[in-house]
Write a protein that binds this ligand. Structure first.
Ligand SMILES: Nc1ncnc2c1ncn2[C@@H]1O[C@H](COP(=O)(O)OP(=O)(O)OP(=O)(O)O)[C@@H](O)[C@H]1O
Ligand SMILES: [Mg+2]
Length: 235
């Protein structure tokens, strides 16, 4: 059984149909990427899975259980955690306080343990624990956004455009860390416009166009697909 399954999910903003009929699944231990142009519906998909955007049709299943009507908090408690587009760290709060906000549903003891793991993955965050988050570099803020999500002890970590606005070297570093996070046992659903780097670390991917999945396959298949190369890999 898939960890996460979307069945014919529909999601609208008023009269705008953002998701028209989305079905896909993410299996335990996978890195799965959603690729798509601006406005394709990638963020809406993640918000709908997180319960931040209401569902207007279809179903979302977690381990076979229908969670379509669950509150966001219940989803977080059950391991669905989002690292949002644009990072959204709290600029005036310290790095440590930002991290602790990610652990708001966990006990102090759990947070102390998870914090050690996060600091091991991101030593920079440990060095900068007392620094105001708004004064971190873009790459550091992205690490903080991922670290904060990890404090929620995700089974499914959703990352919305983690590479946005970052220099190639930092992008490489972030993607290597995403692979490590998966290797440590967290399933990852990734949204990226940077399709090439994303496909290189993914197991499978889905291509989203104006609210519909138009193509899917293993990452290796999509990397050599002519349609994907033309539209998303600049070839
Ligand atoms: N709050 C909103 N109100 C109205 N329309 C919205 C809202 N949020 C998104 N949309 C519309 O829904 C569609 C999908 O948007 P979404 O943000 O999911 O795209 P995306 O694939 O994440 O794009 P990007 O790559 O630019 O982040 C777009 O047409 C967008 O204009
Ligand atoms: Mg988006």
């Amino acid at each position: 059984m898939a960890l996460l399954q979307l069945e014919q999910v529909v999601s609208n903003y008023g009269s705008i149909n953002a998701l028209r009929d989305i079905s896909f699944e993410v299996n335990e231990g996978e890195i799965v990427t959603l690729i798509g142009a601006n406005g394709a519906g990638k963020t809406t998909t993640m918000h709908t899975i997180a319960g931040l955007k209401e569902l207007n049709g279809g179903k979302i299943l977690l381990n076979g259980q229908d969670i379509s009507r669950w509150e966001t908090q219940a989803r977080v408690k059950n391991g669905i955690v989002l690292s949002p587009e644009g990072r959204q760290v709290f600029p005036d709060f310290s790095v440590l306080d930002n991290l602790m906000m990610g652990g708001y549903l966990q006990t102090n003891e759990t947070n102390q343990q998870t914090l050690e793991t996060v600091y091991e993955l991101f030593p920079r965050l440990k060095e900068r624990a007392a620094q105001a988050a708004g004064t971190l570099s873009g790459g550091e803020q992205q690490m903080l956004a991922v670290g904060r999500a990890l404090m929620g002890k995700p089974r499914l970590l959703m990352l919305d455009e983690p590479s946005m606005g970052l220099a190639p070297l930092i992008v490489k570093e972030i993607f290597a860390l995403i692979q490590r996070i998966r290797d440590l046992g967290t399933t990852v659903l990734l949204v990226e416009q940077n399709a090439r780097v994303a496909l290189r670390i993914s197991d499978r991917a889905y291509v989203l166009e104006t609210g519909r999945i138009v193509l899917s396959g293993t990452a290796a298949e999509l990397l050599v697909s002519e349609d994907v190369q033309k539209a998303y890999l600049g070839m």
